[in-house]
Ligand binder design. Structure first.
Ligand SMILES: Cc1ncc(COP(=O)(O)O)c(C=O)c1O
Length: 447
């Protein structure tokens, strides 16, 4: 759908409470250059007709770029065939087929798939599965969830409790799950600034899990949840050996390891999941976003077979897991996912992301000597450039940079003073060059 300037200039901005947005700032400025009315390939179109390069694939979800006719046609066909099919006590063949395909792409025996509608729901589902699993095995005291500082696991109660982004937590402290704890984050400017790929420093930070086990006792801990690569906080890359250590410690103490792969799943890391890219197999994987290119909301959890099997007890006619969403495996989301997986497989998208990521790596690291750049980091086809904050005004420099880049035709995403980049796989080498040069020009302009 396109919408013209004349149709948006008298828009009433007030009734919409925008998510994760500075509502007052946005509405005061009435920014017509930030109203998006079209999306095609690697570009958005603003209400003023300007083309913006989509440097973060939407919100990490439109990995193949926008408007791929193969996905659009699949969704259009599906809405005519069956617009909604319930998933409780009944099912659609395509849902079983999709679960089978996803299980095939997942590592080892992670072969049981539960569908949700978002990453947040996927996280809360995974946490419930972890707690239920221990209970069913006679270890009901294992309820504690260990997350990580700076972690982002969506906005459900489970996700904010396990997450470690302060602003997302502080207002809701009384609602948090009791008994969570957090590993330290792994980002250190002192030890890893300007690392290319995985930093050499920091594997020892996983040993903090031993300390938490000693503090709480393994018999109280259900699961550790981490993003293999922390995307939302600004592409914090796991140190070499860090995830391996977490795996070893979890295995030693009977703790489930959950990889939140909402951003890292389906190709972005240069392999199907971060699990394979980093060579570590978790017990549960959460996914969303790129599974169907963000076309229709969808998420899910992939569980090891043994976890699923633990639930399969009691009379056969009884429901084993009292959990599910009206829209778990919505037909339109499933149709979009099949079409997306067709493309991901046929076009070897993970390998193409790996190749594009190498160009992105060279590009972003060429920015290290630009003014106020204090870190550049990258892994797979994701990168971040971090700027020093303006004194006493954290985040403001990044807002200015974002606004400058918009004028130059590039849509950036920032967290604090870090700019995250995760372009769609269809980006050409020339577009990546342009992205880097725009970033360079904007960094200089706001210096
Ligand atoms: C790692 C991770 N988990 C969970 C979520 C939440 O996903 P959603 O916004 O679909 O609920 C996100 C969103 O960016 C994410 O990056």
């Amino acid at each position: 759908m396109t919408d013209s300037v004349s149709a948006t200039s008298d828009l009433n901005f007030d009734p919409l409470w925008m998510p994760f947005t500075h509502n007052r700032y946005f509405k005061k400025h009435r920014p017509l250059d930030r109203l998006l009315v079209g999306a095609k390939g690697a570009y958005y179109t603003t209400s003023e007709g300007q083309q913006l390069f989509d440097s973060l694939s939407g919100l990490w979800c439109s990995a193949l770029g926008h408007g791929d006719p193969r996905i659009a046609d699949a969704v259009k066909r599906q809405v005519d065939v069956a617009d909604f099919i319930p998933g409780f006590q009944i099912g659609a063949p395509d849902n079983f087929r999709l679960a089978e395909r996803i299980a095939r792409l997942a590592p080892d025996d992670l072969n049981r798939v539960f569908f949700t509608n978002s990453g947040s729901e996927a996280v809360d589902t995974a946490l419930k599965i972890a707690v239920g699993y221990h209970r069913l095995r006679g270890e009901a005291s294992r309820t504690r969830i260990i997350g990580r500082e700076k972690g982002y696991h969506g906005v459900g109660i489970g996700g904010i409790s396990a997450g470690g982004m302060v602003a997302n937590r502080k207002m809701f402290a009384p609602m948090m799950l009791p008994g969570t704890d957090h590993l330290p984050h792994t980002h250190s400017l002192e030890h890893m600034a300007f690392s290319r790929g995985q930093p050499a420093w920091g594997a020892h930070l996983a040993d903090e899990l031993e300390r938490l086990v000693a503090l709480h006792d393994a018999s109280t801990i259900a699961a550790v949840i981490v993003e293999p690569m922390q995307g939302s906080v600004g592409v914090v890359v796991p140190p070499v050996g860090y995830l391996q250590k977490l795996r070893e410690i979890c295995t030693k103490h009977g703790i489930l390891l959950i990889f939140d792969e909402v951003i890292t799943g389906f190709g972005r890391m240069g392999d199907w999941f971060g699990a394979q890219a980093f060579g570590v197999t978790p017990d549960l994987i959460t996914f969303a976003k790129a599974v169907n290119n963000g076309t229709v909301p969808m998420g899910g959890v992939i569980a090891r077979q043994g976890i699923y099997d633990a639930f399969m007890q009691g009379p056969e006619y009884a429901v084993e897991l009292f959990h599910g969403y009206t829209y778990s495996g919505h037909p339109l989301a499933v149709a979009a996912a099949h079409a997306t997986l067709d493309i991901l497989e046929a076009d070897s998208v993970p390998a193409r992301f790996a190749a594009l990521g190498r160009q992105l790596e060279d590009g972003v690291h060429s920015l290290r000597d630009e003014p106020n750049v204090i870190d550049v980091r990258n892994v797979g086809c994701a990168a971040a450039v971090e700027l020093s904050p303006l004194p006493g005004q954290p985040g403001l420099r990044a807002i200015r940079l974002f606004e400058d880049a918009l004028k130059r035709g590039v849509l950036l995403r920032f967290t604090g003073d870090a700019i995250a980049l995760a372009p769609p796989v269809i980006s050409t080498p020339a577009e990546i060059d342009r992205l880097i040069e725009t970033l360079r020009a904007s960094i200089r302009a706001v210096a």
